[in-house]
Design a protein around this ligand. Structure first.
Ligand code: PNS
Length: 161
């Protein structure tokens, strides 16, 4: 039974994340979606809100656990008895950062392997940051995020429909 940790900020979850998650469930038996609690970042959504949105997007799938973590990812993976970290790759721009992250994680614990899954092409350029920016300026992002997320974006950002 292989468990993979799928870590991220998920502020908020996008359809790109959902496509990685679905891919992860094809490749692995169990996924732990781990939301980073990072006091340095100033997220739009609280950790609790992000977890709620993830739960809505995942539904009732017993193969998926949704959790939070702080500190080093490799230490969290160890606590969870997981040796695989799942990350999504979108456009080329992700590559450099993901390479750094995977190499640092390998340096910190060489027993933890990072595995990449490509996002579905329709979401290749979708990021949480761009979705927030577009929504803030009144753009329609309903096709880029799960329905519950779109509602929350509209509520939080007070965007006229
Ligand atoms: O969705 P993101 O913001 O790209 O996710 C980044 C994340 C959470 C995977 C990364 O920042 C992380 O793992 N943070 C925890 C601290 C850590 O272990 N950093 C990597 C080695 S310094």
């Amino acid at each position: 039974m292989t468990t993979a940790i799928y870590p991220g900020s998920f502020d908020p979850i996008t359809n790109g994340h959902v496509s990685i998650l679905r891919g992860g469930l094809v490749a692995f038996d169990r996924l732990v979606v781990a939301v980073l609690q990072n006091p340095k970042k100033s997220p739009l959504f609280t950790v609790d809100e992000r977890i709620e949105m993830l739960k809505e997007a995942v539904g009732n799938d017993p193969r998926v656990e949704i959790d939070t973590f702080e500190g080093l990812l490799v230490d969290y993976a160890k606590r969870k008895n997981a040796r695989v970290v799942l990350r999504g790759l979108r456009a080329v721009a992700d590559f450099e950062y993901e390479l750094q992250l995977a190499n640092m994680n390998r340096h910190l614990n060489e027993e933890v392997e990072t595995v990449f899954i490509m996002a579905k092409d329709a979401y290749f350029y979708v990021s949480s940051n761009l979705v927030k920016e577009a929504a803030k300026l009144g753009g329609d992002v309903s096709k880029l995020v799960p329905p519950g997320v779109n509602e929350r974006l509209l509520k939080k950002l007070g965007t006229p429909t």
